[in-house]
Design a protein around this ligand. Structure first.
Ligand code: CP
Length: 314
């Protein structure tokens, strides 16, 4: 089954069948990544453009490496060094990239819904690499992949997501993805950073980290997004860390074989202590590797549905 869609915009509108297809394909891609020679011909002749209006290390580099490993041409544009800085609109920029022959545009933008707008105005496939506070679907897919790889299944697991849920596109995509895959999602954070619409998703909301982490199979920390905070939503960073930060004592409330995830970048000593981030339960570094595999799978599947492949994966 190919993905029967032009774009990857979020997990809210994705089916369980599509998610499983992506995770299965990423498994094959991870085998390729482990080989001495990682080069394949699956995207030969295709071009991928990374259009980033916000900073990124993991997402942008993993898309670029994924493109290169599969023999696509890839290019990066950042807002500060392009005609975006002269006032060119997102739509005009995407149309310009499309007319240069791009098969896929990977977009990160500070405005929620930016990837959806771009997708409506170009025939080129759009992959959402994070839009404002809305969704970060490729991050959630790599998180789901890491959970399935470690625990063999996602269904029935208690997954605690801790921190600044309100500003987090990672949390939103994960809540959609985890619930579609049958996980029981619990969240905890300051009440000013918990969105009210959470009640509608079946997510359990806790005021205390201890309650959310209690008996959890997976604990997912979120980065405290200092750049998106308005005044008054937070106590001081020191208090935030004391009340909501994950330390070893709190992690011990989870199951003995708990899996610890964090999308990165980490604010060490704020949302997570270093001994937890670097400890035996942490798969934070493996998430980074899995990010490349998942993005290889997405690029493969999204271009495949357009009938653009010469090389078969299997
Ligand atoms: N997790 C994540 O999106 O990291 P970057 O901001 O470095 O891409």
């Amino acid at each position: 089954m190919a993905l029967k869609r032009k774009d990857i915009l979020g997990l809210r509108d994705m089916t369980q069948e599509e998610i499983v297809k992506i995770l299965d394909t990423a498994e094959t891609m991870k085998h390729i990544l482990k080989q001495n020679n990682k080069k394949t011909r699956h995207l030969q002749g295709k071009s991928i453009v990374n259009l980033f209006y916000e900073n990124s290390t993991r997402t942008r580099l993993s898309f670029e490496l994924a493109s290169k490993y599969m023999s696509a041409s890839s290019a990066n544009i950042s807002a500060s060094s392009s005609s975006v800085a002269k006032g060119e609109s997102l739509i005009d920029t995407c149309r310009t990239i499309e007319r240069m022959g791009a098969d896929v545009i990977v977009i990160r933008h500070p405005m929620s819904g930016a990837a959806h707008i771009a997708a409506r105005h170009v025939n080129t496939s759009i992959i959402n690499a994070g839009d404002g506070m809305n969704e970060h679907p490729t991050q959630a897919l790599l998180d789901l992949f890491t959970i399935r790889e470690t625990k063999d299944t996602i269904e029935g697991l208690k997954v605690a997501i801790i921190g600044d849920i309100y500003h987090s596109r990672v949390a939103r995509s994960n809540i959609w993805g985890l619930s579609k895959m049958g996980a029981k999602v619990a969240v905890a954070g300051p009440s000013t950073l918990l969105p009210i619409e959470l009640d509608k998703t079946g997510t359990k909301v806790y005021q205390s980290v201890e309650e959310a982490v209690d008996g959890a199979d997976v604990v997912m920390l979120l980065r405290l997004q200092k750049e998106r905070q308005q005044k008054g939503l937070l106590p001081s960073l020191r208090e935030y860390s004391q009340i909501y930060g994950l330390n070893m004592e709190r992690l011990k409330l989870a199951k003995k074989d708990v899996l610890l995830l964090h999308p990165g970048p980490i604010n060490r000593g704020v949302e997570i202590t270093s001994d937890v981030a670097d400890g035996i339960h942490s798969q934070i570094q493996e998430q980074v590797t899995n990010g490349v595999a998942v993005r290889m799978a997405l690029l493969y599947l999204i271009t495949r549905q357009r009938g653009q492949h010469d090389a078969s994966l299997y």
